[in-house]
Design a protein. Structure first.
Length: 372
């Protein structure tokens, strides 16, 4: 297909498409070439894919509010649906030429997710009846190659749908229809807490988030009933676990990542009207998340070890080989920590090497002085 067709399908002019083309990343999956939009560009969602004449839209960026009471009314007009925000990795599944493909947030085909998906959810009937559907959801659980977060209800890996969109336009189904359809097709979904009137939404979310926080869960995503407006709000537990993770690899996470998370807690303590004692308690918990994880990282290097992002995956031998190849193709250096068989599956634990944190911590331990 010529590019003239792509610009029409994307709904942009030829010159806008030409400008976009310079930023497209070209890749192949099992001999099929495709191009994707790897970062934020005006007009076209990050993660949008052009493949075999077809367009697969990216998943939109979800704005966040730091203050519920004032932030919620700026986004919504009437009713607000509140669903759980799960901490895993985003995946969009579509069926192209009879084959289901799972795309990551930035628009790469993930060979691991594409292969394991069939074990977790049966989407055949859904795609038979809705060939243009884009099933959007989160892959959660401890055994995956990208984000390990534990959920008591997930042993290894699970899929939870949170959106149903048209893959060509990105248009979502409204919340009620989406929930009803996924239910009908037997697709597991993220939890719906309820739909609230705008004037009650902030306080209801405050209550729900307090419960999620106590369980160490991530937060909520609010939607207008037509699912076109989204807003996220997360728990203090999620902030702390992000900070602990980032400071366990202190020179590999952008400082902006840490700073944004600290701000969340500043606004939270004010919105909640905490007294000195509660604010101190919050400060203490944040401090522990930062310092204890950093101490562990520095000690590991001091003892001659190395730090990195550790993941465990469980799948067929072939799936794991495809994953390793995919990660190495992206320039990652992997260290295999354990590789065993269990119930016919291969269970692999590996570390993604992070260079900066290891080098810098070692240098500082050896007495390198800081020019600042
Ligand atoms: P974003 O660019 O969307 O802000 P991010 O990488 O900063 O992405 P997050 O802070 O995790 O990500 O928030 C958005 C992501 O949350 C979505 O991309 C999606 O993968 C995930 N998510 C989990 N649960 C839901 C849900 N119920 N509704 C929407 N997104 C959800
Ligand atoms: Mg996330």
């Amino acid at each position: 297909m010529g590019d003239t067709e792509y610009h029409r399908k994307l709904g942009i002019g030829t010159s806008a498409f030409e400008a976009l083309e310079d930023h497209l990343e070209r890749r192949a999956y099992e001999g099929r070439e495709y191009r994707h939009v790897p970062d934020y560009r005006r007009g076209v969602e990050r993660g949008t894919v052009l493949i075999a004449g077809e367009v697969v839209r990216g998943f939109p960026k979800v704005p966040r509010t730091l203050v519920l009471e004032t932030g919620v009314p700026t986004q919504f007009e009437d009713r607000v649906a509140v669903e759980e925000k799960l901490n895993g990795y985003n995946v969009r599944v579509v069926r192209l030429a009879g084959e289901q493909l799972a795309f990551t947030r930035s628009g790469m085909v993930c060979p691991f997710t594409t292969r394991v998906l069939g074990r977790l959810v049966d989407l055949e009937a859904l795609f038979d009846e809705n060939p243009e559907a884009m099933v959007c959801g989160e892959m959660i659980g401890p055994e995956n190659p990208y984000t390990a977060h534990d959920y008591p209800e997930v042993d290894s890996l699970a899929f939870r749908a949170f959106d149903w969109r048209d893959r060509r336009t990105g248009e979502p189904l409204d919340v009620a229809d989406r929930r009803e359809r996924y239910e009908r097709y037997g697709v597991p979904q993220t939890r719906l807490f309820g739909e609230y009137a705008l004037e009650d939404a902030a306080s209801e979310v405050g209550r729900i988030v307090a419960e999620l926080d106590a369980e160490g869960r991530e937060g909520v995503v609010l939607r207008s009933p037509d699912a076109t407006t989204l807003l996220k709000y997360t728990t203090a537990a999620s902030t702390r676990s992000d900070l602990a993770y980032a400071f366990s690899l202190p020179f590999d996470y952008g400082q902006a990542f840490m700073f944004r998370r600290l701000l969340r807690e500043g606004f939270r303590t004010v919105e909640r009207g905490e007294d000195d004692e509660d604010a101190r308690e919050r400060a203490h918990e944040i401090g522990e998340a930062i310092l204890l994880s950093m101490r562990e990282a520095i000690r590991t290097v001091e003892d001659g070890g190395s730090i990195g992002e550790r993941h465990t995956v469980r799948a067929s031998h072939e799936t794991i080989e495809a994953l390793l190849e995919h990660l190495r193709e992206q320039g990652l250096t992997l260290e295999i920590k354990a590789d065993r068989r269990e119930d016919g599956d291969r269970v692999l634990t590996f570390c993604k090497r992070v260079q900066s944190s290891n080098d810098k911590i070692r240098n500082y331990l050896e007495g390198h002085v800081v020019q600042e």
